[in-house]
Design a protein around this ligand. Structure first.
Ligand SMILES: O=P(O)(O)OC[C@H]1O[C@H](OP(=O)(O)OP(=O)(O)O)[C@H](O)[C@@H]1O
Ligand code: HPA
Ligand SMILES: [Mg+2]
Length: 183
C-alpha cells in the first residue's frame, strides 16, 4: 500500500519507498564487505522486521542464513518495560556464528539491549545490529548499532513493518501517524 492511500491518517511523511530502497542498498554493500564469506546468520525480530529482512536479505550478494525470533515485553502493560519474554526462539545453534540482528526500529532501545545480551550468551562469534530506524530522543538505554538506516524524531511512526494496532505494516514508506487515529 502507498502512503497516499492512507494520506489522511498520516501527518509528516518521513521516508519514501525510494529512500528506503536506496538505504537498504547502502547497508547491504557494507554488510557484504564486512562479512564476505563468513555466512552471517540474520536474525529477524517478528513482526516489525519482516519488511527490512525481506528486502535486505535479497539485496545481499553473499550467502546468509535467516532465522526469526518473536519477543514480547510484559509488566505494567507497556511494551518498553524492558522485561522481555521469548515467544518464539531461534531454531539455530549460535555457537561460533556471526549473528546480525535485523530490526525495524530502536525506540527506547530496551528490546534490542535485552536481545543483544541474550544472544551474546549463546556462544556466537559476534553479534551486531542492523536497524532501519532509530529515535535518538527516546533512548532509555544506549545500544550500539553497527548498521543504521535513519534517525527520526520522537514521534509515533507507521509503515514498512511498523504498526499501530496491527495496521499500516504494509505501507511502502514510513510516516508519522496522525493523532486523530489513536485519540
Ligand atoms: O526500542 P523499543 O522501545 O524496545 O521498541 C522497539 C521494538 O518495538 C517494536 O516491536 P513490538 O514489540 O511493538 O512488536 P512488533 O514488532 O510485532 O510490532 C519494534 O518492532 C521493535 O521490536
Ligand atoms: O514509533 C513506533 N511505531 C510503531 N511501533 C513502534 N514500536 C516502537 N516504536 C514504534
Ligand atoms: Mg518488533
Amino acid at each position: 500500500m502507498e502512503l497516499d492511500d492512507v494520506r489522511d491518517d498520516l501527518t509528516d511523511v518521513l521516508i519514501s519507498k525510494e529512500q528506503i530502497a536506496g538505504k537498504i542498498g547502502e547497508l547491504a554493500r557494507r554488510i557484504e564487505r564486512d562479512y564476505d564469506d563468513q555466512r552471517p546468520l540474520l536474525v529477524g525480530v517478528l513482526k516489525g522486521a519482516v519488511m527490512v529482512m525481506a528486502d535486505l536479505a535479497r539485496e545481499l550478494r553473499i550467502h546468509i542464513d535467516m532465522d526469526w525470533m518473536a519477543v514480547s515485553s510484559y509488566g505494567a502493560g507497556t511494551k518498553s518495560s524492558g522485561v522481555v519474554r521469548i515467544l518464539k526462539d531461534l531454531d539455530t545453534d549460535l555457537t561460533g556464528r556471526h549473528v546480525l540482528i535485523v530490526e525495524d526500529i530502536i525506540d527506547s532501545g530496551l528490546t534490542l539491549s535485552w536481545l543483544l545480551q541474550n544472544l551474546e550468551r549463546r556462544g556466537a562469534a559476534s553479534v551486531r545490529i542492523c536497524a532501519l530506524l532509530r529515535k535518538p530522543d527516546a533512548a532509555k538505554v544506549d545500544v550500539h548499532v553497527e548498521y543504521l538506516g535513519f534517525d527520526i524524531p520522537n514521534e509515533f511512526v507507521v509503515g514498512y513493518g511498523l504498526d499501530y494496532a496491527e495496521r499500516y505494516r504494509n505501507l511502502k514508506g514510513v510516516a508519522v501517524l496522525a493523532p486523530h487515529v489513536y485519540e
